[in-house]
Design a protein around this ligand. Structure first.
Ligand SMILES: [Zn+2]
Length: 290
């Protein structure tokens, strides 16, 4: 599932090609992709055709295209497997294509593919957040991510410590910190030597500072490496994989040896169908789990 680094790679890929381009064609192929749009496929296309893209923005895992002279935006969420791909107009559309956008001043089309259809695209009005930044309505409750200027570490730690859940659930909560998913949570917890199951209100301020620094560090490196293509569901807008999986220390390494202490990493069930991988030695379980 794309997390902050992957979505940021997609955002910058879209921005590099789309700014200043005018939408000339829109076709959508799957009702789930438009499930948040209150209108028909035809209305969706009509509202977009003729609009010029002014900017491509992101908060956490949410993306949106700012359109010139409009107080609404074209927003998107990649869900589990959504991809934006540029391709030549004559090429055969890829499998699982859910939408196609053509541009009057660009020789390539932009395709939204989504195998599992948890992703979506939508047209949304713009509102202003607490910092007077324009955002789509769907992003209203999503907190600034760890790289945003508005990110407030001490406030974030207070909110994390108020949660009656485990530390991993707390850092995955997009209404506290945005952009963190299973991969970078497991990685940062390994670097910070914290058991994922530690109750969020029993993690000290210092431990949270280390955890947040680890999250920043690990996501920064992932961004440099073009993201993590662990499950092959993530590629950039040119169809290329990231290579951060080569640097993973915990995620996906259950049964292999810890890079720090050489203990065997273990995977434990975490929520429905998901897992958490940790080192039983470096990330010892200290307290009774909740
Ligand atoms: Zn270890």
């Amino acid at each position: 599932m794309p997390e902050l680094p992957e979505v940021e790679v997609v955002r910058s890929g879209l921005a590099s090609q789309l700014i200043g381009k005018t939408i000339s064609q829109v076709e959508t192929f799957h009702s789930r992709t438009l499930r948040n749009f209150k209108g028909t496929k035809k209305q969706f296309s009509q509202q977009l055709i003729g609009r010029t893209i002014k900017d491509v923005r992101r908060r956490g895992k949410f993306l949106w295209l700012v359109l010139a002279d409009e107080d609404w935006v074209l927003s998107a969420h990649l869900g589990m497997s959504g991809q934006f791909l540029f391709q030549n107009t004559a090429d055969k559309r890829p499998n699982h294509s859910r939408a196609i956008f053509g541009f009057s001043n660009l020789s390539q089309n932009l395709i939204f593919t989504d195998q599992r259809t948890f992703g979506w695209i939508n047209i949304e009005p713009v509102i202003f957040d607490l910092n007077q930044k324009p955002i789509p309505v769907s992003v209203k409750k999503i907190k600034p991510d760890l790289f945003a200027k508005e990110f407030n570490e001490s406030q974030t730690i207070k909110e994390l410590q108020r949660r009656k859940t485990c530390v991993k659930n707390a850092i995955l909560n997009q209404e506290i910190i945005s952009g963190v998913g299973n991969i970078y949570a497991d990685e940062a917890l390994w670097y910070a030597k914290l058991d994922w199951k530690t109750p969020a209100d029993q993690v000290s301020q210092l431990e949270y500072q280390e955890l947040i620094a680890a999250l920043q560090q690990v996501m920064k490196q992932a961004l440099r490496d073009g993201g993590t293509s662990f499950d092959a569901l993530y590629v950039n807008v040119n169809g290329e994989s990231g290579y951060f999986e080569q640097s993973l220390r915990a995620y996906g390494r259950a049964g292999q040896l810890c890079y720090r202490c050489k203990s065997k990493l273990i995977r434990e069930a975490f929520g429905v169908g998901r897992g958490s991988t940790r080192c039983p030695q470096c990330q010892k379980r200290k307290t009774a789990a909740r």
